[in-house]
Design a protein around this ligand. Structure first.
Ligand SMILES: NC(=O)c1ccc[n+]([C@@H]2O[C@H](COP(=O)([O-])OP(=O)(O)OC[C@H]3O[C@@H](n4cnc5c(N)ncnc54)[C@H](OP(=O)(O)O)[C@@H]3O)[C@@H](O)[C@H]2O)c1
Length: 269
């Protein structure tokens, strides 16, 4: 599966025309970005509706990821939320269904709800989001918890904490990591150290965004899901799959955006 997918946060809010947002997602699918990430939370279901528009007539082109609110993550609530999402998405199944973040419902109950949905064919697999390394270890101890396929977390050059926590914990559990906000919601271009992005990009005739994305997916177990409502920028992001950073590039980025010296709590947005 290509290591870059498509984010949808902010879609369906009216910040860009809905048809343009769906076009951008379709351009991403055409460029091979098959993973489409959404959530019941985004625009109160509006982002799922945009995804439904984008996937009309081509559902099988996508690996569809959506998320349940923590307050809906009881065994019964997970099913009801999933059914509402399926209706908005105009599909019969979600490929990977995530717990958006940890809330008051016990993980064991949420896992039971997810497993019911797998058994009934409403979802293909399930995962979590915003769970730190300790939470992942706890999840591995609950009945069925080892079936978790991914943890979606905030990870980019300016947020390197997961390298000492979630990334090794996920690898140890055999699950992948999805990196959300891989461009730090576009703030990365003005962050301290951003000039290194430009320098490295110039060496490859690439853009700063492509360098940031290529860095995020460099180790092979991370899938980045940048969001763009622009067809041109979606294609630009897709081309980052072809960019391989050299050891010199990585060293320069490491100096400009140093990792924390010790484990830090998982950051969220
Ligand atoms: N699980 C969670 O708790 C969680 C939290 C946050 C996000 N997410 C997911 O992760 C996805 C990505 O994160 P995000 O949307 O927060 O931030 P992001 O992908 O880091 O950044 C999106 C911003 O970058 C701009 N952009 C995209 N490509 C660009 C490029 N090539 N050059 C310049 N600017 C570019 C976009 O503008 P344009 O649209 O105008 O191009 C938008 O303003 C979300 O959409 C969502 O699906 C999950």
């Amino acid at each position: 599966m290509p290591a870059i997918g498509l984010g949808t946060w902010d879609m369906g809010e009216g910040h860009a025309p809905r048809a343009q947002e769906a076009d951008a997602l379709r351009a991403g699918l055409d460029a091979g970005l098959v993973v489409v990430d959404t959530a019941e939370m985004y625009a109160d279901g509006g982002a799922e509706e945009v995804v439904g528009d984008a996937l009309a007539g081509r559902r099988d082109d996508a690996v569809l990821v959506s998320k349940v609110y923590p307050h809906n993550a009881s065994r019964r609530g997970v099913r009801e939320a999933c059914e509402r999402s399926l209706a908005r998405l105009h599909t019969g199944h979600i490929d990977v269904y995530l717990l958006h973040w940890r809330g008051r419902h016990p993980l064991a109950e949420t896992v039971q709800g997810f497993e019911d949905l797998v058994a009934d064919g409403l979802i293909g697999a399930w995962g979590v989001s915003n769970l730190d390394a300790d939470d992942l270890r706890e999840l591995g101890q609950v009945p069925g918890g080892k079936a978790c396929v991914t943890d979606q977390v905030l990870y980019n050059l300016t947020r390197r904490g997961p390298e000492l926590g979630v990334l090794p914990a996920a690898a140890a559990s055999g699950m992948s990591v999805m990196a959300y906000s891989p461009l730090e919601q576009a703030r990365i271009f003005d962050a301290p150290g951003a000039e290194a992005l430009t320098t490295v990009a110039a060496r490859h005739d690439a853009t700063a965004a492509q360098v940031a994305l290529a860095w995020t997916i460099r180790d092979g177990n991370v899938l980045a899901i940048p969001k763009s409502a622009s067809t041109a920028r979606v294609r630009e992001n897709a081309a980052a799959l072809e960019l391989t950073l050299t050891d010199d590039d990585l060293a320069e980025l490491d100096r400009a955006f140093p990792a924390p010296p010790r484990q830090v709590p998982l950051e969220t947005l």
